[in-house]
Design a protein around this ligand. Structure first.
Ligand code: URP
Ligand code: ZN
Ligand code: ZN
Ligand code: ZN
Length: 466
């Protein structure tokens, strides 16, 4: 038996903060005991980690990543190898990535391709959601099979006509199916049909710069789609999870649904909490670095997102990590913002940015762990294996130094992308050591993991939060 003890830290979970020692046996949490107690003192171990003055937190669960996603004629620049290594550096020990069914192909083909991309490559554990781009009789049946093999959530798009888009009839059918099979529908809620009209008009008028990406993808069209998705979910009697919520008006739709007692949930992302249309307006095409969908919003929207995270109208912060290099990839959209591949890097930055939100007073320490670890694990059927520190849980544990100061930068990050969306931002707090199922993957700020340690993690049906 392999035993590790983490001594002297402040153990923080979504529900508790305790000065406790943590005993790890064969990759799992075996016990917690008060620091200095005779029980903890009696533990013997092969390895002792001193966490005095540090936080001991569950590894982060990032429920929204896109490693190697094909988009706009190119691929997201992080592979499963580089992206999960960067995740580990940032204290995230589980990702849930999106496998993609492409139009004209089966769900099975898409999923098998994603299993193959990730197999043997990952530094930390991973699961999959399934993007449905072609909802038909066959793919609806395939949904049931996927739930049985641990892919228990399905993303649909009201945006990107001709690529990922589903019409309302397809959405309703998929929701009805998920209401029966226990799956959870995740919605990209933007009215893509209307957006494409505005894109065409903007380009025809010579409005081609990155900032117009934000202008055509209007708040109203996010709010409208969010409202419509909620009504369709009500008709189907299915739970709904709205991804990458960025607009105050969309939060209001989710909050109103929850006030009615509906099983409607919302996720936001660090880019919407920390960046804004000011970034999209940066000159010399620099704004392209910040093109993602839903788009960054005027700064005024941020207060509603923080409030939603405090009131639990928003339950999860994921990254939507989907990096494209500025040079050679974002470049594809010079002279036409609609050709800029959509997505931002961030899998490495999430835990730190949310800790900064604790320092700034937006959320409490326990809420930090809830929205970054426990809630995503619970929503997506991984809890309590992931998302907490408790006997029986996987020993995915981060030793976090809450006093370290760092400057986020492409010069020091580990994501395979040539810029940082947070270049030059000073944050307080830094990951020091990371254990994944009891194995050291980051040790005192050195990578000690390996490609292939991370394993596919099937998920149970989603355990909804109210
Ligand atoms: O811009 C984004 N969000 N790119 C990734 C695809 C998606 O819609 O999540
Ligand atoms: Zn095919
Ligand atoms: Zn999306
Ligand atoms: Zn996404």
């Amino acid at each position: 038996m392999n035993r590790t003890v983490v001594r002297g830290g402040l153990v923080i979970t979504a529900s508790e903060e305790t000065h406790a020692d943590v005993l790890i046996e064969d990759g799992r949490i075996a016990a917690l005991a008060s620091h200095g107690s005779s029980a903890a003192g009696a533990w013997t171990a092969d390895r002792t980690i001193d966490a005095t003055g540090k936080y001991v937190i569950p590894g982060g669960v990032d429920a929204h990543t896109h490693m190697e996603l094909p988009f706009g004629g190119t691929f997201a620049s992080d592979t499963f190898e580089t992206g999960t290594r960067a995740a580990a550096w940032g204290g995230t020990t589980t990702i849930i990535d999106f496998a993609v069914q492409s139009v004209g192909h089966s769900v099975r083909e898409g999923l098998d391709a994603w299993y193959a991309k990730a197999d043997g490559k990952c530094a930390v554990d991973y699961g999959f959601h399934m993007i449905l781009s072609d909802v038909n009789e066959h793919s609806l049946k395939e949904m049931d099979l996927l739930v049985g093999e641990g892919i228990t959530s399905f993303k649909l798009f009201m945006a990107y006509p001709g690529v990922f888009y589903s019409d309302d009839g397809q959405i309703l059918r998929a929701m009805q199916r998920s209401a029966r099979n226990g799956g959870l529908i995740m919605m990209h809620a933007e009215n893509g049909i209307a957006i494409d009209v505005l894109v065409e008009q903007a380009l025809a008028e010579g409005r081609t710069d990155p900032r117009y990406h934000g202008e055509v993808r209007k708040v109203l069209l996010e709010a409208e789609a969010t409202h419509r998705a909620i009504q369709l979910a009500r008709v189907a009697d299915a739970p709904l999870y709205v991804v990458h919520v960025s607009a105050e008006e969309a939060v209001a739709e989710i909050a109103a649904a929850r006030d009615k007692g509906l099983n409607v949930f919302g996720e936001t992302c660090p880019q919407y909490l920390f960046l804004s249309t000011d970034n999209l307006a940066e000159p010399d095409f620099e704004g392209a670095k910040y093109v993602c969908s839903t788009p960054l919003r005027p700064r005024e929207h941020q207060a509603a997102l923080w409030r939603g995270l405090r009131t639990n109208d928003l339950q999860v912060v994921s990254t939507d990590h989907c990096p494209f290099c500025f040079s050679g990839q974002k470049d594809l959209g010079r002279g036409d913002f609609s050709k800029i591949p959509n997505g931002l890097p961030g899998v490495e930055n999430r835990m730190d940015l949310l800790h900064q939100a604790v320092v700034d007073g937006h959320i409490s320490r326990r809420r930090w762990i809830e929205i970054a670890c426990a809630s995503p694990a619970r929503m997506f059927g991984l809890y309590p294996k992931k998302g907490t520190i408790a006997p029986g849980a996987d020993a995915d544990v981060v030793i976090y130094d809450p006093h370290a100061e760092q400057t986020l930068s492409a010069a020091t990050h580990h994501m395979n992308v040539d810029y940082s969306a947070y270049e030059g931002k000073r944050v307080t707090g830094q990951v020091e050591t990371v254990l994944s199922r009891g194995e050291l993957v980051i040790h005192e700020r050195q990578f000690t993991g390996r490609a292939g340690h991370g394993s596919y993690t099937p998920r149970s049906t989603c355990q909804n939060l109210n």
